[in-house]
Write a protein that binds this ligand. Structure first.
Ligand code: ACM
Ligand code: ZN
Length: 766
């Protein structure tokens, strides 16, 4: 039977006509896709064929037949002699690896081959993307084609925080379904944080009886929620029973999704301390937090108390029993070490173990846990803070504070997963913020996600293979509902899927931007909430040699940009953008996108430009600018654009070193007024410089001080912009130098005593 089928198949394929101008909208884009003329229809008479001794194929056959039944009511038979067949085969093709597949569709039938079940399932996901998304009476027609496909990276992850807001098992399954449809394979389940413990641990029932519940302030914005008072009833929360978790793990495994649980330690565990205060340094009871009121909180396990390690090993034993994953995530981020500084047991531990500071104490903590996990044949992964004080010997690092941690770890020969805030944090805005639900901040559009390259250019080819892949992180502080969660994830998850699956050389934004429309239709049919894409106009100032011009771009498919400089909202009749426009005076640039004959988006994108004598001047920095917060390049401080406090698109950042910026105005000019704009944002470790010094020079060699301003801003101010300024008797000079002195985080802050960031937006000269 197999031989006959094979021969028919080969003959058929030989006769097929290649069609170049047709395609299918599969996401992530396959490695190779060849379209042929004709199509195959799945009907009542189609059967699925497989070797019934291969149970993994039988499981895969069920996956496909269930999916086909749910969209059509058709029940496909297994291994019956029907005229039209879908053949599933295990093969041994080197190129395909563990997860690749070959899919051949002819008018006569379908052949799906892979080395392992994962590949068969992925081939089925490709088939399903070509069929209706929901139950219809439409015919199930698939065009004739040949696909060869396999992933670029082995870690194709999505994270979900279920502590800040709780999402029940059905939501988790839907999330896993979405991941699986895009061939994502790691679900990083953030089960524990200050605001709720979400996994049943039988030996410690109070973790969920107490730690899973908090006083409900969900009607208030996250960072405006008061801490609960004793006596207020905790009514908001929830947790997953071990039975539910087992079911979800199996559900995920059927879709080739591995669940990596995150058992956060040693910080971010107020929920555990609420249940068992004896495991923190003060041993004083406290309540799970209601929101983002972190300041002055100390919610760490005590690193000096051996009972803590016994507790954690007992917890981990139950976790390991449940989760078959090779990796266990132990958190490790944002530990406020103040409690350790004041704790006798912690200080004694540091003496006994010869640890020179609290960073080394954190490292001791993590290494001790890693040793335990290794003894159980598991691998430990943690956030990039686990590098501080010394990395555990076999740890894998998840790089979230930019890529620096990942680069450092890879250079040391450790595996890394890339999840830099830009663009992998899907809790950031994607199309606004105007018109979008309130988010924590940031701006990661669909295209910025799509354009992400997980291998940093800093890594040699030898070190690049330590990058296992990348992951999208979904922190839910601002997401109280499933609808909001869906909106933040869709469609960015699809873009990231193509980043981690599709060969770099095959990536093509325009093609993705077209294909995503099929996904939009599917989301609509399934009743999923999603973002239709970013209709804002991106402004790219080009400040150079005394001139300022602006380039504009749009992510809207076939979108055209119209703009004004007179403050009016652009209309269909406004000037069309073709090439970079010159800015010669203080102006408001407003721009909109036109697509299909209408203006899209809720309101125009708008940018103020302030003119001054430094505009377009080249800036030379004595110390390097953060490559992560670069704003729009080296001349960001002379582009006429002020920063934006919440979204933070135009801030230029410095860490540890002074900001020393020297401007060349190109000719002698008479000036009498210099300002430097700076941001303070307590939560994000951004503080005013200690002091700002202003200097001028005629020849660029000898500089003369013309002003000095000591920081007048209280370090406890949560967020504000302040202009350091100096006025002086007019001077004829060519060069201006601004020195902003590095500062540290204030006492009581999470980073107390550590270098803070300087965020500056503009040097304004009059
Ligand atoms: C993190 O975002 N704190 C890992
Ligand atoms: Zn302690």
């Amino acid at each position: 039977m197999y031989l006959r089928n094979l021969i028919t198949f080969l003959i058929l394929f030989a006769c097929l006509k290649v069609v170049a101008n047709q395609s299918v909208d599969i996401i992530p884009k396959p490695v190779s896709l060849q379209m042929y003329s004709g199509s195959f229809e799945i009907t009542e008479k189609t059967s699925i064929q497989f070797n019934s001794r291969q149970t993994e194929l039988e499981q895969a056959a069920h996956f496909l037949s269930d999916a086909i039944e749910s969209i059509s009511g058709i029940q496909l038979s297994f291994n019956e002699e029907t005229e039209h067949q879908i053949q599933l085969k295990l093969t041994s093709a080197n190129m395909l690896g563990d997860e690749g597949y070959n899919l051949n569709v002819s008018a006569d039938g379908i052949v799906l081959e892979a080395n392992a079940k994962a590949g068969v399932i992925y081939g089925m996901q490709s088939i399903l993307q070509m069929l209706p998304a929901v139950r219809t009476n439409a015919k199930l027609i698939i065009p004739c084609l040949a696909i060869e496909d396999y992933p670029r990276f082995k870690w194709r992850g999505m994270h979900l925080d279920v502590s800040r807001h709780f999402f029940g098992p059905d939501v988790i399954k839907q999330y896993i379904d979405l991941m699986a449809s895009y061939k994502m394979n790691v679900f990083h389940w953030h089960l524990i944080d200050d605001q709720g413990w979400r996994i049943e641990i039988k030996q410690y029932p109070k973790l969920t009886d107490v730690g899973a519940w908090r006083v409900d302030y969900n009607h208030l914005v996250w960072d405006k929620r008061p801490q609960a008072k004793p006596g207020e009833e905790p009514t908001y929360g929830g947790y997953y029973t071990q039975e539910q978790i087992k079911e979800i793990i199996n559900y995920a495994a059927e879709r080739n999704v591995t669940i990596v649980p995150e058992i956060e330690m040693p910080g971010h565990i107020a929920s555990a301390i609420a249940a068992y205060p004896e495991y923190c340094c003060t041993q004083k009871p406290q309540l799970p937090l209601t929101g983002g009121n972190y300041t002055n909180m100390s919610s760490n396990y005590c690193a000096g108390n051996d009972a803590v390690f016994t507790f954690l090993e007992n917890v981990l034993n139950e976790v390991l029993e449940l989760f078959p994953s090779e990796y266990i995530h132990i958190g490790g981020d944002e530990v406020n070490k103040n409690s350790w500084k004041k704790c006798e047991l912690c200080q004694q531990r540091m003496k006994d173990e010869n640890l020179k500071d609290e960073n080394e104490l954190q490292s001791y903590f993590i290494k001790r846990i890693e040793k335990f996990l290794i003894s159980k044949n598991r691998k430990m992964i943690g956030w990039d803070e686990i590098l501080e004080g010394g990395l555990a010997p076999e740890a894998t690092v998840m790089s979230w504070r930019g890529e620096a941690g990942g680069i450092e770890a890879a250079k040391m020969g450790h595996d890394v997963v890339m999840t830099p805030g830009k663009p992998c944090y899907f809790d950031h805005y994607q199309a606004g913020p105007t018109g979008e639900p309130l988010a924590i901040g940031g701006f990661n559009t669909l295209k910025t996600v799509y354009d992400y390259e997980p291998i940093p250019h800093e890594l040699s080819t030898d070190n690049a293979h330590f990058v296992l892949g990348a992951q999208g992180n979904v922190w839910t502080e601002y997401m109280t509902t499933v609808e909001h969660l869906e909106y933040m994830v869709l469609p960015r998850m699809a873009a990231l899927a193509e980043v981690v699956w599709t060969p770099k050389s095959n990536k093509d934004w325009d093609s993705f931007n077209k294909r995503i429309n099929s996904q939009f239709n599917a989301y609509e049919q399934k009743g999923l909430n999603f973002c239709r894409g970013n209709a804002t106009v991106a402004f790219k100032p080009i400040s150079h040699a005394g001139n300022l011009s602006v380039e504009m771009s749009t992510e809207v498919l076939d979108g055209e940009i119209v703009y004004t400089l007179d403050g009016q909202d652009p209309t269909l009749k406004s000037k069309a953008y073709n090439e970079a426009i010159k800015i010669n005076s203080t102006a408001v640039l407003k721009a909109s996108v036109i697509a299909n004959g209408v203006v899209v988006g809720t309101e125009p994108s708008s940018q103020n430009f302030v003119m001054h004598k430094g505009i377009g001047c080249d800036v030379l920095y004595t110390n390097p600018v953060s490559t992560y917060y670069l704003a729009d390049g080296p001349n960001s401080l002379t582009d006429g654009i002020r920063g934006n406090g919440t979204v933070g698109k135009f801030w230029h950042a410095f860490n540890e070193n002074d900001l020393v910026a020297t401007l060349d105005m190109g000719e002698i000019k008479s000036i009498s007024d210099i300002k430097l704009g700076c941001l303070q944002k307590y939560r994000d470790w951004i503080f005013m410089p200690k002091e700002v010094v202003f200097e001028v020079s005629v020849d660029g060699k000898k500089f003369k001080e013309v002003g000095r301003v000591v920081n007048p801003i209280d370090a406890n101010e949560a967020e504000l912009v302040y202009d350091f300024k100096t006025f002086f008797k007019a001077k004829k000079v060519r060069y201006v130098r601004v020195i902003a002195k590095a500062n540290v985080c204030p006492p009581g802050h999470n980073g107390a005593g550590k270098p803070s960031w300087i965020f500056a937006d503009e040097i304004m000269i009059k």
